[in-house]
Design a protein around this ligand. Structure first.
Ligand code: MOS
Length: 763
């Protein structure tokens, strides 16, 4: 740690706490299972997704992809494609406008760019991965563009590529940081303690490549308006990331670019940064002078959008006679590229989960010639919890101890590696409640059977950090008693608008139907990107800041007026409720917003504000946690695994809307089931080609794969977060694969340490 960050941390530690949010315990709209405000729009097809905007004179684009992993394009033969019906133009490195290099996403703040890879776009003949776009074909219809793209003939000069993860492991290096945290942590001598421990386990765990498969493939429409301003309808998790990245690439000012994405059909991290498709669509619009639509095919998503790294992780745990940990080692390797900077944080959970006398935590990364890996479904935490939570289970069986009990006795009082206080941690309670609901009983391996089906139960801890970023929000409150909240936020299915309306209504003491929420457009104030499960609390803090300003304005107006019941009060003495400001001590004393504006002869009051820096995250150890319980059946004859029962018990601060929250947790667990059992990207190490770029061969869980998933939660507010809430988008995925692998061990006595657990591994 640098001296400056050490000093910063010390200063933050000494800072007094902010007062807890006054709405933490309020039960009006917040906490209610309110239906999604946009539910009807979605089920009737009225909600418009990026590909669905209709623009005059629009044309359609398709991409051609490199079929080598590294080298140069020697010759392009475009004549067949150019002569195909409907083709307007084909843009390649030979005729592309010269563009600037995209600026990479930077986790430390609002950077100039949010690109997933900093490779020049169609600049020259160089190839960096198998799947790289080498041409964009623009035609009158989608079908014509796709067909013509298949007619492009390419001759390559192949270069030497690095493709095998296993063969190149020795080249892995320790990165300077892992998402702003140190890549390595040493506390005591973990190897020595391990050697002398009364009980120990020490194994390697492997996870494969995974690819993104949101129901909405990445789609963009780009159009230059008459005033030169560019509008980009783009399926994105970060509107301002799009405006900044595109502006940088095309030498424009960020406010000359407008990004629009009110509805996104799933992101999961794959739409968190800006990929080639968005920039190529803008390029085509610029070079044709017409609006262009670029819908990636499902194959296109596999070729040019990255996914989750493959990983090899070592977990070793040493315990004393009683099961108290004396040593924890969690180290391993992930794959990145020369053109991004994302060593996935598999070691983050272990930094916060268990007390131990010693630790060695270390991440290394290795560069391969592939599309860049990226954020995907709790990146790092999902694969990291598979390794660590499998290892804890292994140790529990070795010691003949209930794995719930082994976790309980190693629950830390303080953050075990940062040594800061937890802001809110009730994991043991989540285990107790989950165990009761699941009727958990620790039975020996291979002790339950129903005919040829072996039955087993498994558990694992879920963990995801709490992130918050500053967010800007604008609020207007009108003379008719309605309010509009504006923020460039995203709705990808989480319930963003629903929850922030609940919040805004409570913040102002207005009926929820009097408040509306505008989002999904970069012409609105910069809220926060939707990633790292941060958006709900970030936007909530922005709303609180803007609301405070609006309320102060109302109070100033009213208290100036001698006839107002608020005249002799102080702002601290009033609260927002019943459609106005009222005395905290005497709720009959006050005025409605309507009356205040009427008396002042004003039409509305409006304020914009940006929430403060998230210093609480430095002061406290802030995480969400949970306990996953599952039951599986494994067919002894075929090796088929069915997940048949699930209880997820979460400790994630206050639950803002039980309906949307339950759906988020469930969705995460469904993804975890895919990760554990069926999903895997087949990568040909000879040429860098993804071999299963379709949903026919890359199996994401469908209804028949998913049991009834019961969700419970502690619902204990965290006093250090807006509304007492934590982000909950990603935690459901964590621990899930380990719970399944642990249940499979309980059923069969077979310990599978490499995902996915396909039937061949069980026979
Ligand atoms: Mo999430 S993988 O940060 O969208």
């Amino acid at each position: 740690m640098s001296i400056i960050s050490k000093i910063m941390e010390t200063v933050v530690q000494a800072m007094p706490d902010k007062k807890p949010d006054r709405l933490i315990h309020q039960k009006k709209y917040i906490g209610q299972a309110i239906n999604r405000v946009d539910g009807q729009l979605k089920v009737t097809g009225e909600a418009k997704f990026s590909a669905e905007y209709e623009l005059d004179n629009i044309c359609y684009a398709a991409l051609a992809y490199s079929s080598i992993a590294k080298g140069k394009i020697k010759k392009l033969n475009l004549s067949a494609a150019q002569n195909a019906e409907g083709v307007i133009t084909i843009i390649t490195h030979e005729n592309s406008l010269k563009l600037n290099k995209p600026v990479l996403f930077d986790p430390s703040g609002r950077s100039r760019g949010s690109a997933a890879m900093d490779i020049d776009i169609l600049k020259d003949e160089n190839i960096y991965w198998n799947g790289q776009p080498i041409a964009i074909v623009v035609a009158d219809t989608q079908e014509q563009a796709e067909h013509a793209a298949t007619l492009i003939a390419v001759e390559y000069k192949e270069g030497k590529s690095t493709l095998s993860f296993d063969a190149n492991k020795s080249k892995a290096k320790t990165p300077s940081k892992v998402m702003m945290e140190p890549a390595e942590i040493k506390i005591g001598d973990a190897e020595k303690e391990l050697k002398h421990a009364a009980h120990s386990t020490d194994n390697f765990y492997h996870t494969p490549r995974y690819n993104h498969n949101a129901i909405e493939p990445h789609a963009t429409i780009a159009a230059f308006k008459e005033d030169g301003r560019l509008v980009v309808f783009d399926s994105t998790q970060g509107l301002y990331g799009v405006t900044r990245t595109v502006a940088g690439v095309f030498s424009m000012k960020p406010d000359e670019v407008q990004a629009v994405a009110p509805f996104v059909g799933g992101g999961f991290g794959g739409k968190g940064s800006v990929w080639f498709n968005t920039m190529l669509c803008v390029l085509a619009a610029k070079q044709t002078g017409r609006p262009v639509k670029l819908n990636l095919s499902r194959e296109g998503v596999f070729r040019i959008i990255g996914g989750c790294t493959p990983s090899e992780q070592r977990v070793a745990i040493g315990a004393d006679e009683n099961g108290k940990f004396v040593s924890i080692v969690h180290s391993g390797i992930t794959a990145t590229t020369e053109h991004n900077n994302f060593p996935e944080q598999f070691s983050f959970p272990i930094r916060h989960l268990y007390a131990s006398k010693s630790f060695y935590i270390g991440q290394k990364a290795l560069n391969l010639d592939t599309v860049a890996n990226t954020f995907m479904r709790a990146p790092g935490e999902s694969i990291g919890t598979f390794a660590i939570e499998s290892a804890i289970d292994e140790l529990a069986y070795k010691m003949n101890m209930d794995p719930v009990e082994l976790r309980r006795i190693n629950e830390p009082a303080k953050d075990p590696t940062k040594e800061t206080e937890f802001s809110s941690r009730h994991l043991i309670e989540a285990y107790q409640r989950g165990a009761k609901k699941f009727r958990w009983k620790h039975l020996p391996p291979k002790s339950q059977r129903d005919g040829e089906w072996l039955i087993g139960q498994g558990i694992a801890t879920a963990f995801y950090p709490v992130y918050r970023f500053p967010a800007t929000v604008k609020i207007s409150l009108f003379a008719d008693g309605t309010a509009i909240v504006k923020a460039a936020a995203h709705e990808m299915g989480m319930g963003t608008a629903t929850v922030q309306l609940q919040h805004s209504a409570d913040r102002f003491g207005l009926p929820i139907e009097k408040v509306s929420f505008q989002y999904g457009n970069s012409d609105l104030p910069e809220a926060s990107f939707a990633g790292g499960s941060n958006q709900t609390v970030s936007v909530a803090a922005g709303i609180s800041s803007a609301a405070e300003k609006v309320l102060e304005e109302f109070f100033k107006l009213a208290s100036k007026n001698k006839n107002s019941p608020l005249h002799n009060l102080k702002f601290e003495d009033v609260e927002a409720k019943n459609g106005g400001l009222f005395s905290k001590n005497d709720s009959t004393k006050g005025e409605t917003y309507i009356d205040i504006l009427k008396e002042a002869g004003k039409g509305f009051i409006e304020a914009e504000a940006t929430s403060d820096m998230p210093l609480e995250i430095q002061k406290y150890s802030m995480g969400s946690q949970g306990a996953q319980f599952c039951e599986v059946r494994v067919n002894e004859v075929t090796g088929e695994v069915r997940v048949i029962r699930w209880v997820g018990s979460f400790d994630t601060g206050r639950i803002l809307n039980p309906k949307t929250a339950t759906s988020q947790f469930r969705g995460g667990i469904v993804m975890g089931i895919g990760m554990a059992l069926t999903e895997e990207t087949f990568f040909d190490e000879r040429n860098g080609r993804i071999m299963n770029p379709s949903l026919a061969e890359y199996h994401v869980p469908v209804n028949a794969d998913v049991p009834n998933i019961e969700i419970i939660y502690n619902d204990i507010p965290d006093e250090h977060t807006p509304l007492g809430a934590h982000g909950i988008g990603e935690i459901g995925i964590t621990g899930t694969a380990a719970a399944i692998a642990n249940a499979i061990f309980n059923a069969t006595g077979k310990r599978i340490r490499s995902l996915p657990v396909t039937l061949d591994k069980l026979l």
